[in-house]
Design a protein around this ligand. Structure first.
Ligand SMILES: C[S@@+](CC[C@H](N)C(=O)[O-])C[C@H]1O[C@@H](n2cnc3c(N)ncnc32)[C@H](O)[C@@H]1O
Length: 338
């Protein structure tokens, strides 16, 4: 069971597929099955993966999946859940009933908030399972998830008729999404009105299969959010923007410091971009075929909602770019403005 975060819903399955691709698997190696109620927005999707270690290996980068759970049973009532768990193959369950297996059960509600008392009540219904090991909240060997999906009093959460469903199973891997907080825009030195949200930047890098040693280019770099995410994943980054002020001048902080895209890389201790170019994405300065030096080109173009698209030069001259100039002694260059 793929237990998802309830965000960016259309991106959840594609993210898992991209990460699996990065781990060397193809789309044919996995099989999705629609969740109970056949609602794509459901927090739980069934997925068949080649093995457990695959799930573990992608979890550290999976942003939209809370956990992969080996499903032992499910139902639309406690009785149905019990029956389903009883019917689950003993070879799946028995290894976890041993005296030496320290465990914990985590009860979570989707669409409903469960009080501690209600959570304990759910745990008590699992008494029929012959666990012999000790319970530890802090250091369990294994975590079991009991997920209660109940949108009956929260129908704005899901667009459709979400059935009440309880799932139970063993956690294979989990993800804590800490990276989203570590690189949050609210604490970033240099941001602008259209800075790309941190979660989305990391998600784009997952979709673009960015990994250590890759060379990544953002032709609409702005304040560099996508470049930061790519650099965190170990890529060498190149950025470009039409607006020379954004790339070169940045802004002045309240205490008089000059903040630029470079400040963000300094803040996180990341290697600085290989190059920052002032260029018009409509008129690529790269020789034909040179784009192939990039493993990924990721961009957040101006859609005209918060900032409109622009072009440089004139139609007559074909927007010719003038020779490069170096500024601030950095390995950063851009053609002059004339
Ligand atoms: C939506 S913003 C990108 C913001 C960026 N992802 C960030 O995190 O700050 C679009 C950027 O495209 C730049 N831009 C607009 N027209 C362009 C063009 N023709 N070629 C290259 N960049 C352009 C704008 O200056 C702006 O910085």
């Amino acid at each position: 069971l793929c237990y998802f975060v309830h965000r960016l819903l259309e991106f959840r399955c594609p993210e898992v597929e991209s990460l699996l691709r990065m781990a060397g698997y193809s789309k044919d190696d996995i099989m999705w099955r629609l969740p109970a109620g056949n609602l794509e927005m459901s927090p739980c999707w069934y997925v068949n993966l080649p093995n457990e270690s695959v799930a573990k290996s992608i979890s550290n980068r999976c942003l939209l999946t809370k956990a992969f759970v080996e499903i032992w049973g499910e139902g639309s009532s406690i009785e149905e859940l019990k029956e389903s768990i009883m019917a689950c193959d003993p070879s799946i369950k028995d290894p976890w009933f041993g005296e030496d297996v320290v465990f914990r059960v985590c009860v979570e509600g989707f669409g409903i908030s469960l009080s501690m008392e209600e959570q304990l009540k759910f745990i008590t219904t699992l008494n029929f399972l012959p666990f012999k090991g000790k319970v530890s909240l802090k250091k369990p060997d294994v975590i079991f998830h009991l997920i209660v999906s109940d949108c009956r009093s929260n129908d704005s959460l899901i667009d459709g008729d979400m059935p009440y469903r309880i799932y139970f199973g063993r956690q294979i891997s989990t993800n804590d999404r800490h990276i989203i907080d570590s690189y949050a825009l609210r604490r970033r030195a240099y941001i602008g009105p259209t800075s790309m949200d941190c979660e989305m930047s990391f998600l784009m890098c997952n979709q673009a299969l960015v990994r250590k040693g890759h060379t990544v280019f953002d032709p609409y770099a702005g304040t560099g959010s996508i470049l930061v995410a790519a650099a965190v994943r170990g890529a060498h980054v190149w950025g470009a923007d039409l607006d020379l002020k954004i790339l070169r001048d940045g802004k002045t902080s309240a205490d008089g410091k000059n903040l630029t895209l470079h400040s963000n890389f300094e803040q996180y201790g990341l290697p600085q971009p290989v190059a920052l170019l002032r260029m018009d994405a409509h008129t690529s300065p790269f020789r034909p075929g040179m784009e192939e030096i990039f493993d990924a080109i990721i961009g957040d173009p101006p859609y005209g909602v918060r900032a409109g698209g622009r072009k440089c030069g004139s139609a007559a001259t074909g927007a010719m770019l003038s020779p490069e100039c170096v500024f601030d002694g950095r390995r950063t260059h851009g053609p002059g403005e004339e």
